[in-house]
Design a binder for this molecule. Structure first.
Ligand code: ADP
Length: 511
């Protein structure tokens, strides 16, 4: 059997490729970057052909870097960012750039959809929150703002469908159930396009790609494409899934009681579940992984970006001194935070600085330092910010628990995982042991695991656990935890009481 799987993750800033051997060893990895165009404040677009070239280059260069021959490649498999939308003409040529998840042009269509139809019922059927990232709302925007283009568009696809369509023109455009489940147009239970959502978007199913399982194998890779990819013609290509669901697999968080917690610039909590589940209060998303696994979770805007705010606006002097001494400012600031007690002496931060997605889905909220007294100083404020991000993560984790049950293990990733102190804080606030896997590119690794399942090498993802050995484990500290439980209860009181004042202060700020 050919030993290597090539996996590529088509992300927002770059495509990351890995070559993985039969034991999950990463033989080579690299990334190829591309621009994100922001011609206006509410736009975030990419050039589909630039991305197609980058994906081909990432695969080709990674195979070369691994020092393996094209004949050693068992299959290629893809992961991709969700929620992108590209309009294509009859010949498959793009009529628009790829409108990414970060594009906010459809913001006002959240309310339009709510007025026109039962938006909660659409969320409950599709698992995609009613949010401007959703292709459903982007289609509504296009139909009203670009009616001529909307009418002329033969098909609407996402970036992975576009790239694969270029290499397999005879297959037509195909979308895997996972990417489809993040469009707001796909019924999780029917595994088919959702009629009411299509009606709201104003498209028929024949203007969308054909649906296939994430394990679908494409045969007949064009010779010209194979050359650009550095592969043998006919190499099987597995369509793959979305980056979010595959990240769980790649990080070894593949049972309902294993929560993946990411805190990078933003943050997310996700768990794999055995049936599709949406939330009565609309707090969480649910996206497909395979035909019998789904991922429930929620994303927050206010993760590490808050610590960056502390570094750049609150503790500028300390950060400057650290830099001058050749120390990472974040390390210096976490040391300072530790001079304050757990719970920051009763200072609670509601970290909603940038508006919030899960669990509130409210752009018009802002941050709060609650409980400030004359006894509090900078260390308390810094620690309270790190704890506040933890409370936000816990509020999403509780929403995920409603679908997945209590976590018995937390798998951590993102920039925060570099800090032992912040890791321990999150373990204490969530009340479960937290581990950090060694694996770096978890979405690409998860894609490689999906490749094994698709080709029948594995029955399920269990063997992939061995790929993500944990390097650090933090047990929750019972003493600290008690303080955090008490403060989290107070945290929970703040948002519902502040909804009105939040609206007023945001109106003022927007004047
Ligand atoms: P991105 O989401 O942009 O990929 P990262 O995953 O690198 O970003 O996370 C960046 C964030 O991680 C920073 O804003 C900061 O909050 C946090 N971070 C980075 N390094 C450290 C560190 N040494 N200690 C604590 N937090 C850190």
């Amino acid at each position: 059997m050919k030993p290597y799987i090539v996996a590529a993750d088509i992300g927002t800033t770059s495509t990351k490729a890995v070559v993985v051997d039969a034991d999950g060893g990463v033989r080579a990895s690299l990334s190829v970057e591309y621009p994100l165009y922001t011609p206006a404040a509410d736009r975030a677009e990419q050039d589909p052909d630039e991305i197609e070239r980058a994906v081909a280059e990432a695969v080709r260069s990674c195979v070369a870097k691994a020092g393996i021959g094209p004949d050693d490649v068992r299959c290629v498999v893809f992961s991709s960012a969700m929620h992108s939308l590209i309009a294509l003409d009859r010949d498959g040529a793009p009529l628009t750039r790829s409108i990414t998840w970060a594009d906010n042009r459809a913001a006002s269509y959240v309310d339009v959809l709510r007025q026109q139809t039962d938006a909660h019922a659409i969320y409950a059927a599709t698992g995609t929150p009613i949010h401007p990232m959703s292709p459903l709302l982007k289609l509504m925007w296009l139909r009203e703002h670009e009616p001529e283009l909307f009418g002329r568009a033969h098909r609407f696809v996402g970036i992975k469908e576009y790239v694969l369509g270029r290499w397999f023109p005879d297959a037509g455009h195909l979308v895997d159930h996972s990417i489809a489940s993040a469009t707001g147009l796909f019924s999780l239970r029917d595994r088919d396009w959702h009629g009411p959502a299509l009606a709201a978007a104003g498209v028929d199913a024949d203007r969308l790609p054909a649906l296939v399982p994430t394990t679908h194998v494409l045969e007949g890779l064009l010779r010209a494409a194979a050359e650009r990819l550095g592969l043998a013609p006919g190499t099987p290509v597995v369509v793959g899934a979305s980056d979010g669901v595959l990240a769980n697999v790649g990080a070894g968080a593949q049972a309902p009681d294993e929560f993946a917690v990411t805190i990078g610039t933003s943050g997310a909590v996700r768990a794999v579940v055995k049936e599709p589940r949406t939330d009565e209060r609309g707090r969480t998303f649910c996206y497909a992984l395979t035909d019998d696994r789904w991922v429930v979770g929620g994303a927050i805007n206010n993760g590490g970006v808050l610590f960056r705010w502390v570094r750049d606006h609150l503790a500028t002097k300390e950060a400057e001194e650290a830099r001058a001494a050749g120390i990472d400012p974040y390390e210096r600031l976490t040391e300072l935070a530790q001079t304050a007690p757990a719970g920051s002496g009763g200072l609670v931060v509601l970290p909603l600085f940038a508006g919030e997605r899960a669990p509130y889905w409210n752009a018009d909220v802002r941050g709060v330092f609650f409980g400030l007294s004359l006894a509090h100083g900078k260390p308390h404020m810094i620690r309270a910010v790190l704890e506040g991000v933890g409370y936000a993560v816990r509020s999403v984790a509780e929403a995920v628990e409603a679908a997945a049950g209590k976590p018995s293990r937390i798998v951590a990733s993102g920039g925060f995982a570099r800090s032992p102190f912040w890791r321990q804080t999150i373990a204490d606030i969530l009340g479960a042991p937290l581990t950090v896997p060694d694996a770096i590119e978890s979405s690409a690794l998860g894609a490689a695991a999906l490749g094994r399942v698709a080709l029948g090498d594995w029955r399920d993802f269990e063997p992939a656990r061995a790929w993500s050995a944990a390097s650090h484990t933090h047990e929750p500290n019972p003493q600290t935890r008690a303080a955090y439980d008490e403060l989290f209860a107070i945290y929970g009181e703040l948002y519902p009481r502040l909804e009105g004042p939040f609206r007023h202060i945001v109106e003022f700020q927007k004047k």
